[in-house]
Unconditional design. Structure first.
Length: 336
């Protein structure tokens, strides 16, 4: 089978590998689509994702496909089932698992990070992290269950009320998902920031954002009850604290470099009684994410802008492919 293998920092090559055989508790998935995201970019450049990726390794942690075979102990899946795979594998003996925060465990394993993922024709995953895809949801959309689930976990970190006014900073793929998620979870007013008027106008139509703000040509002039920072840069992280109103909640979702810092006015945090929270991966969020997508409240397909082939992935990760927007890799377009 063909696989795109990360062989070193900024080094990838397509190789012919043996099709893996599922262990007794595993499912073999024939990959339909694999999404590309900022974590893949970080891993390609030698930075950590949810964990360190040690070459040689096949990336791809946003995956959908069809069951090709099952291990001897698998009971919930059969050959031909349409599935999406949660990449994150937890270990019950870890102390954070016992306090219901398994995502913080030191022993985290992940499909497409610490074990081979979806940038190959077939991959395996434990039955415990494989999910049935609803009949009305395409496999192209289903490969985005993982990013949607990361957003769902972030939303759960907040206390939301319908009358709250929310701001999403950053109109990348996750920022757009957060607009839809806030609306789906009942927040009536959600604004979005970006840097290009034509792009923002399209995104407002796609996501239902109430207002869009071009931060290149204007400033954020209002205060918000909820601010989601989905950029990961010091200037936007500082701005998120600045535009949060009294009693405001700030979700620092955007991922910066491991050595990155930003400045906080501690008196402002004190005086406004701000809640500042982080959000790491996606515990217990796949079922809700699939339900939200199947219901139409989260519509990812119009937000997917580029469908790549395996030999186009390096161009996206090294920056030579300048096409903007969310990219997914089509491993088998015949699978729907």
């Amino acid at each position: 089978m063909k696989a795109l293998v990360l062989t070193g920092t900024k080094q990838m090559e397509i190789q012919d590998l043996d099709t893996p055989t599922p262990k007794p508790d595993e499912v073999l998935v024939k990959t339909a689509y694999a999404g590309i995201c900022g974590t893949d970019d970080a891993l390609y450049n030698g930075l950590p994702g949810s964990a360190d990726a040690v070459p040689p390794i096949v990336l791809g942690h946003e995956n959908s496909g069809v069951v090709a075979a099952v291990g001897a102990n698998v009971t919930q899946f059969k050959k031909g089932d349409r599935v999406a795979v949660d990449p994150n594998i937890y270990f019950p003996k870890d102390k954070y698992f016992r306090v219901d925060r398994p995502q913080l465990a030191e022993s985290l394993s992940a499909v497409g990070v610490t074990r081979d993922g979806g940038l190959e024709e077939y991959f395996t995953a434990p039955e415990s992290v494989v999910y049935h895809v609803p009949a009305n949801l395409s496999l192209k959309a289903a490969c985005s269950t993982e990013p949607v689930s990361c957003g769902v976990h972030g939303i759960r970190r907040l206390s939301l009320q319908p009358h709250y006014k929310a701001l999403v900073m950053g109109d990348g793929y996750m920022g757009l998902l957060f607009v839809e998620l806030l609306k789906a979870y009942g927040v009536q007013h959600v604004d979005l920031t970006g840097r290009h008027d034509d792009k923002l106008a399209e995104e407002q139509k796609l996501t239902g954002a109430d207002h869009v703000i071009n931060t290149e040509s204007g400033d954020i002039t209002e205060e918000y009850d909820i601010v989601i920072e989905a950029v990961g840069r010091p200037e936007t992280q500082e701005k998120a604290i600045e535009v949060a109103g009294k009693g405001g909640q700030i979700l620092m979702f955007g991922v910066g470099r491991p050595d990155q810092t930003f400045t906080v006015n501690t008196y402002e945090v004190f005086q406004k009684e701000l809640d500042i929270k982080g959000s790491f991966i996606n515990p217990y969020s796949f079922d809700d994410s699939l339900a939200l997508m199947a219901s139409g409240k989260i519509d990812v397909e119009p937000l997917i802008k580029n469908v790549l082939q395996l030999d186009e992935v390096v161009g996206k990760l090294d920056g030579s492919d300048k096409r903007p927007g969310k990219s997914v890799v089509e491993l088998d377009g015949s699978l729907k």
